[in-house]
Design a protein around this ligand. Structure first.
Ligand code: ATP
Ligand code: NCN
Length: 216
């Protein structure tokens, strides 16, 4: 089984990392590949460049064998479309290896606006992680896809290469990258929300400080 967990990771935080480790455990120790976007197709400018976000992610997972960083979206030019990433992976893995894409409900809510979204279920399974918030519109395409393709459980994902959608409700940490960026811009510390090496590097490079003169 090959599992990817994509995100802007601007910056990566303990919410992402705990979820990744929790999923690895639930998937029988499968490695979780964190895939940072190069140019997110769906939002405005990021606070840090793609290279900086990648460097922070590498610091965050250093020494944790269950988590790995996959930089393929940075290697590709242009916007990062998940369908392109999954096509590339499917070619590398062959037709039979189960490929799983992990996504939070907030991101999955806009799934029917993703590039080539209708092809994605044929390329991979989708694991939707339930996050606090409004949830999915029951009449919308993402919720309907979830019902149509619903997996009977985790084991089902091992039994076919793609095509199923599984909703999971693991324990989550209430942390957001937006909150971290705001904290830093206000001159407050995000310590204990991100791994110490990530915070050290953010400080070293002066990232996310919209205006100089914070008090850390
Ligand atoms: N605290 C969290 N726990 C679990 N999953 C999360 C958490 N925060 C974000 N995610 C999920 O991780 C993926 C990447 O998220 P992203 O990089 O946008 O982080 P974010 O904290 O939501 O950032 P931002 O606040 O900038 O939107 C998405 O699928 C999102 O649902
Ligand atoms: O491929 C698309 O069109 C597309 C549109 C919106 C989001 N995504 C992917 O969804 C993942 C989560 O996005 P985000 O905004 O929560 O970081 C990330 O890997 C994005 O590349 C992908």
């Amino acid at each position: 089984m090959h599992v990817i967990y994509g995100g802007t990771f601007d910056p990566v935080h303990h919410g992402h990392l705990r979820l990744a480790l929790e999923l690895s455990d639930r998937f029988g120790g499968a490695r979780i590949n964190l895939v940072p976007c190069h140019i997110p197709p769906h939002r405005g400018d990021t606070g840090a460049t793609a290279e900086q976000r990648l460097a922070l992610l590498k610091l965050a997972v250093a020494g944790e064998p269950q988590l790995q960083v996959d930089d393929r979206e940075l290697v590709r030019a242009g916007a990062s479309y998940t369908a392109d990433t999954l096509r590339q992976l499917r070619q590398e893995l062959g037709a039979d290896v189960p490929l799983v894409m992990v996504v939070g409900t907030d991101a999955f809510a806009g799934f029917d606006r993703w590039r080539d979204w209708q092809q994605i279920p044929d390329l991979a399974h989708i694991v939707v992680v339930r996050r606090p918030g409004p949830g999915l519109d029951p009449a919308g395409e993402p919720a309907r896809l979830l019902v149509r393709r619903q997996a009977s459980g985790l084991q089902a994902l091992h039994e076919q290469p793609a095509g199923l959608v599984l909703e999971l409700d693991p324990p989550l940490l209430d942390i957001s990258a937006t909150g971290i960026r705001e904290r830093i811009a206000d001159g407050r510390s995000p310590r204990y929300l991100v791994p110490d090496p990530v915070w050290d590097e953010i400080r070293r490079q002066g990232l996310y400080r919209a205006c100089p003169g914070g008090n850390f």
